[in-house]
Design a protein around this ligand. Structure first.
Ligand code: NOJ
Length: 565
């Protein structure tokens, strides 16, 4: 494949609201991003993804946009954003932003107009359907559920019609069949690109088309979570292709689309293969939930994890490129999913090694570089995420006798708020995130886990991340670590995730133990190689013997290989 700048990038995702607050209102802001750019430069990343900072009533923290050309006042102004962009460019850090195509806020001018009457010129911008009357009873146009719980339709009293909304009630879905909608989106995307950004993370990219409005097969629930009715449908590719032709292909940018859990590798390739893809990469969610129950405890399913990576990285070989990420703002913290808090530092470093030497473009999620963990939520009032709150409230409403504590317990594990708690900068009040009252609780562990203390400790997780970035982007192994082929070895071993990166005669072995016991990686698992020298490790005294590598709990070793064939 042709080399591209974004294949040689190391990304970092910033959830602005929780990153750094500079005006003491308890909410992170763009000035905070600006002030922390030196920090990101020091870490070594050369690409940042900023989540939405458009004007928004913040029902879904900015994914509900009320004006695509304005900045949310709590985050700053367009001038502040330009300041961020300018400084980032000076530091050689590229900036990508979220492009939200599937929906707007119900407070957007288009929707305010659209709902006014059946013949309003903006009516066609959204998906409106009349109610269904069956035996004198009124029903939604279909029985499909939304991602955030309940029906994917909401009735609007003004005309008595239902509008479609696959996320929250305040996020009406745009109608991509409308040429005017498509034109508006082209105009808006160009406007941001002309300002100098380097591309987009395309929100909900796979949802732009709808199946015919026919009920899904009933389950015991009133609303059926049949997401296939609005995911990965053929027309989505047409719309994205049109955007590529009219916009993306005219700039030297990178686009990475969110295609979520429903996309197969084949459809991933339809979105993002070099031959007929419309995007450069797609984020899938397949590796986000690779756990299994053992003796009543949820543990990492290492084989499943390897299966997923094998599927996607092998599937894209020579045809496309993958992004690499452990979590984003919609997922729990990776340390609480796949890490071991009893071996906090070792397992955090091992997880970083496992992922970031795989072939692809890495995206660190804020706080991951210091091993931030899930928040111990116990009460409904502690949550801020519209999705978690909706689901808990629906359970309390629909399941008589259920207590709040029970409903919280069902949803806490998957809550998106774990990723959204404030960044832990130091051991001062509120982890140094704000001098005001934070919009969401700060994790009680911030005195132990914070940026300042880890930057001072050369052996910290933070320095491990910095070293990984340096190794991948600036060392003599750069080419093989970026462009080398990826091959999993010792596939059936449930305790380690090991692979080879190979470019011509150069080969690197990456061995990662997911076990809290002592194990060994056997040379016999390799065909045509001898061990070379250790390049990088999460223990200071890792060593190799001629026939094996002894692995202590969560040991992660990167070494060169000698070719014997
Ligand atoms: C995906 C985003 O990552 C998520 O945070 C948001 O709620 C939905 N898309 C809707 O925009």
């Amino acid at each position: 494949m042709k080399k591209k700048w974004w294949m040689e990038s190391f990304g970092y995702q910033i959830y602005i609201k929780s990153f750094y607050d500079t005006n003491s209102d308890g909410i992170g802001d763009l000035e905070g991003v600006y002030q922390k750019l030196d920090y990101l430069y020091e870490l070594g990343v050369n690409l940042i993804w900023l989540v939405p900072f458009y004007q928004s009533p913040m029902d879904d923290n900015g994914y509900d946009v009320s004006d695509f050309y304005e900045v949310a006042s709590e985050y700053g102004t367009l001038e502040t954003f330009k300041k961020v962009l300018d400084k980032a460019n000076k530091l050689n850090i590229r900036v990508i932003i979220d492009l939200i195509l599937n929906h707007t806020s119900d407070e957007h001018y288009w929707f305010q107009e659209s709902r006014k009457s059946l013949d309003n010129p903006y009516r066609e911008y959204y998906i409106w359907e009349p109610p269904r009357i069956i035996d004198g009873q009124e029903y939604e146009p279909t029985n499909w559920s939304s991602f955030f719980g309940g029906s994917c339709w909401k009735k609007d009293e003004i005309t008595g019609y239902y509008f479609m909304k696959i996320f929250s009630d305040k996020m009406p879905d745009l109608n991509w069949k409308s040429e005017n909608v498509r034109k508006e989106m082209i105009k808006m995307a160009k406007w941001w690109l002309d300002m100098g950004i380097s591309g987009f993370r395309i929100d909900a990219a796979s949802h732009l088309a709808r199946a015919p409005f026919v009920d899904s097969k009933m389950t015991k629930d009133r609303y059926v979570p049949d997401f296939s009715k609005y995911s990965n449908l053929p027309m989505v590719h047409e719309y994205l292709k049109m955007l590529d032709d009219e916009v993306f292909s005219k700039y030297d940018i990178m686009t990475v689309g969110e295609v979520g859990g429903g996309a197969s590798v084949e459809s991933g390739l339809r979105y993002a293969s070099k031959d007929y893809g419309q995007l450069d990469m797609v984020f899938n969610f397949d590796h986000n939930w690779c756990t299994k129950k053992v003796n009543g405890k949820e543990v990492t399913d290492v084989i499943k994890l390897k299966y997923v990576f094998r599927k996607w990285i092998y599937g894209f070989k020579g045809k496309g490129w993958n992004p690499l990420y452990w979590l984003n703002h919609d997922h729990p913290r990776v340390m609480s999913m796949y890490g071991d808090l009893n071996y906090f530092e070792k397992s955090a470093k091992m997880l970083a090694n496992t992922l970031y030497f795989v072939k692809g473009t890495p995206f660190i999620y804020q706080g991951e570089e210091i091993g931030m963990t899930n928040y111990p939520f116990t009460k409904l009032s502690e949550f801020r995420d519209v999705s978690t709150i909706n689901h808990i409230k629906l359970d309390l409403k629909n399941q008589p006798g259920v207590t709040e504590a029970e409903a919280v317990k069902w949803h806490v594990e998957h809550s998106r708020d774990h990723a959204r708690i404030p960044m832990q900068w130091n051991s001062l009040k509120n982890a140094g995130f704000t001098t005001g009252t934070p919009w969401i609780n700060v994790h009680p562990n911030y005195k132990d886990i914070n940026v300042e203390s880890q930057m001072k400790d050369l052996n910290s997780i933070w320095h491990h991340y910095k070293n990984i970035i340096n190794l991948k982007l600036h060392s003599k192994y750069r080419e093989v670590l970026i462009y080398g082929d990826f091959e999993i070895v010792d596939y059936h071993n449930p305790h380690n995730f090991s692979y080879i990166r190979r470019l011509k005669d150069e080969a690197i072995l990456v061995v990662n133990s997911f076990s809290n016991q002592n194990r060994r990686f056997m040379l016999s698992k390799l065909d045509g190689y001898e061990f070379g020298e250790i390049i990088f490790s999460n223990y200071q005294d890792s060593h190799i013997s001629p026939k094996s590598i002894p692995l202590r709990p969560y040991e992660a070793v990167v070494l060169s290989l000698k070719l014997t064939k």
